[in-house]
Write a protein that binds this ligand. Sequence first.
Ligand code: ADP
Ligand code: MG
Length: 591
Amino acid sequence: MLSKLLPKFLASIIGEMYGRRRWQLVGLLVILIVNAIAEFANFGLFFILVRLLSADLGGDQATAMPVGKIEATLMELTPLNLSLLFIAILTVASGIRLFTYWASAQFSYRLSYDFGTRAYSRFLHQNLAWHKNTHSGDIIAILTKAQVLSHALVLPILQGLTAAITAMGAIAFLLSVSLVPTLVLALIYLLSYLAIALLVRPALRRNSMKVKLAHASRVRSGQEAAASIRDVILGGLQGHFTEKYRVYDADYRDGQSNSLVLTGMPRFLLESIGIGSLIALTLYFFQRDDGLANVLPILAALGLGAQRLLPLAQQIYASWATVSANREIASEVLEAARRPAQLSSKRSVASLPFEKSIELENVSFSYSDTLSPVLDNVNLTFDRSSTIGVVGQTGGGKSTLIDIVMGLMTPTQGRMLIDGYALRDSEDIRRWQANISHVPQEIVLIDASIAENIAFGTNRDRIDMAKMADCITMAELDAFVATLPNGAETRVGERGAQLSGGQRQRVGLARAFYSSAPVMVLDEATSALDTTTETKIMHRIAHVSEDMTVFIIAHRLSTLKSCDIIYEIGEGKLTRFETEAYLSRPEASLT
Ligand SMILES: Nc1ncnc2c1ncn2[C@@H]1O[C@H](COP(=O)(O)OP(=O)(O)O)[C@@H](O)[C@H]1O
Ligand SMILES: [Mg+2]
């Protein structure tokens, strides 16, 4: 029954912990045991003190109860000294408890940080296909959920354990003093809590699922509304979006408050049961008529015990309930942290030697079995020192082709060879990617300075300013940067919102230039530029790219002038055109 009450995934947390954390956990458990011993000593001293005092009432304690060696020694102390000793031990015990409290908090928050950071890193190590199928809102939600591991999983478990071990210390002592009444008292508590736990378990599970789903949906809707704020304002859709958010938020808060009530509730029910059973015991002892002096210490010990045990039992139950109420979220975070990395991410890998060609061999690709293939058994070779135009209708598969060439998507069938070497694994792909710079169709900037966006992923103090200036010039950004208050140090806002589409594109181009990779991919990278600016930039690219491989995806024919060869993609096939021939087709004059 107990194993059914405990979530299985607890074992997997320990399995996933870093070695250091495991040792810390062992250390913590040792402190918990020390805690219990201190608790035991506390009880013992208190009991002896009461016995010593009640001896004056004329009780015959020496014969009424067996006296241990330590007990005998202690009973020789004066009541005053014994009281002082009692207070001293109590103080030490409180100190230990404080330390346990601190150590538990430290441990659990560090664990959250371990798992949260690992989940973040694992997200970044998933391939593009995975990211295309995963809502970024869900990713952010999981990262914020990582904190649940501390305050709703590890900390409660540790507090529960502390309470359980402490309770054991107290119970062990009480059993040695008064076997049957202690057993009766403990059983009443245990059974009451077990009954409540079984009753509320389904509700806690439901809340757990509710909170998990609502949490992610809240983040999603926040993100989506912010991202399409223009359309929200224009359509007067604030109410519509608020209502959607309200529903999720209500679910989320309901789930949380319900769980909170279910967690705290038994305390109120059991207070009366606890006191009731204590009164029953008192009546029982007095009716036995063993003499006040003999009964008083036992009753005092039981009273103190009950008063100590009730909160401890409540703590154990509350820990279990809190964990149950958050198990779905916790499992999600654990799963994210455990998700195997699909990609290699070595930054300073030796790039794959690339002198001659990129070859696609029998390459097919479809996004799913039910969709028609974007590439259908394609065979072709791109020469290293060439500029390749890729054209075709929107949705024809240009970006997909390029994603495959860049190793971002894996062909469903066939393979890619670089200088005749077939890429086999993520390490190979990583080494191939070290050759590539890419200007995507929709460039998203980071909220940092223009310079940091251009030298993407380079720390500020390591930016090569001379090279930066060249790249700014190449991307026709000189005049724009000159108008900015802080020049290239000016921040661009979230996603580059403070720049125009064309300015963002040029920052993207400058980023590609800065990386000085031998393969450059421009995916509709100049679509937002006026023709004069575009022509200037394309000229510069043609000038510096003699020994480079440049892929240009474009709709505007003027963009393609510098291409050596043009491929048209459509219905899974690629058709090869000489540039001259392609640009002078009769239908070309229409575009
Ligand atoms: N993640 C995806 N899942 C399913 N289909 C997709 C996905 N991404 C793109 N597609 C489909 O693949 C086709 C090619 O898309 P894409 O390569 O982006 O075209 P292009 O860049 O030529 O406009 C389109 O029909 C598009 O709808
Ligand atoms: Mg595209």
